[in-house]
Design a protein around this ligand. Structure first.
Ligand SMILES: Cc1cc2nc3c(=O)[nH]c(=O)nc-3n(C[C@H](O)[C@H](O)[C@H](O)COP(=O)(O)O)c2cc1C
Length: 194
């Protein structure tokens, strides 16, 4: 089973990137092969319809998503939604329109957002899930909003994430839903698409 994990921010110490990497570790432990693309790889030119981004990081993103049976996407909350960086990366998936199945059809997608409050993160989770469904991705019932206000100030954010039993439990449920669905015979390839 192949997963593509997309997310993080260009901020040094990005909490959303660290949460995404924790998800990758959980998924790997469940037998998934993970391609993790963080902000450095997702810092793409603005999506330009018809431009045909056939080389470079945009092509790498499309290749990772095409290979994937499922995805996990993690965004910072910016002004009540996902970051422009992540939205632009997801806009590049428009180039999967001609695939069969098209876009993310048949691929399970788990959503994570990080913000200065649970409420803030919930707004970004909602925006992320709306975009994923527009791309025909199959959203997991579970989504995770992370409050980074205290986490971000800690000296070892990775250790703090892994020590937070409540957060890890929610991430484990999310990753479990993604890997369980993605592992069911590569659903992405079974779904007829028009
Ligand atoms: C431009 C900008 C806008 C933000 N807007 C919100 C917001 O609307 N709601 C919220 O809860 N947090 C907001 N935040 C806080 C970030 O979501 C928070 O710092 C988060 O940890 C950023 O993710 P990162 O650690 O991966 O960079 C904003 C931060 C920035 C830089």
């Amino acid at each position: 089973m192949e997963l593509a994990l997309l997310g993080g921010s260009l901020r040094p110490g990005s909490v959303s990137e660290r949460v995404l990497r924790a998800c990758a570790d959980l998924a790997t432990a469940r037998g998934a092969r993970c391609t993790v693309l963080t902000a450095a790889e997702l810092d793409l030119p603005l999506y330009r319809p018809g431009a045909g981004h056939h080389r470079g990081p945009a092509a790498d993103l499309l290749a990772a998503v095409r290979r994937a049976d499922g995805l996990i996407v993690a965004t910072p909350t910016y002004h009540g939604g996902m970051s422009g960086l992540l939205k632009n990366a997801l806009d590049h998936l428009e180039d999967l329109a001609g695939d069969r199945p098209a876009y993310l059809d048949g691929r399970v997608v788990g959503s994570v957002a990080v913000g200065w409050s649970e409420h803030g993160a919930a707004t970004a989770v909602a925006a992320l899930r709306t975009t994923v469904t527009s791309l025909r991705g199959w959203v997991t019932p579970m989504a995770v909003g992370v409050n980074s206000i205290e986490l971000a100030a800690l000296p070892d954010v990775d250790a703090a994430i892994r020590a937070d039993a409540r957060l890890m439990r929610r991430l484990t449920i999310l990753v479990g839903q993604v890997t369980d669905f993605a592992g069911r015979g590569s659903a992405a390839r079974l779904v007829p698409s028009v």
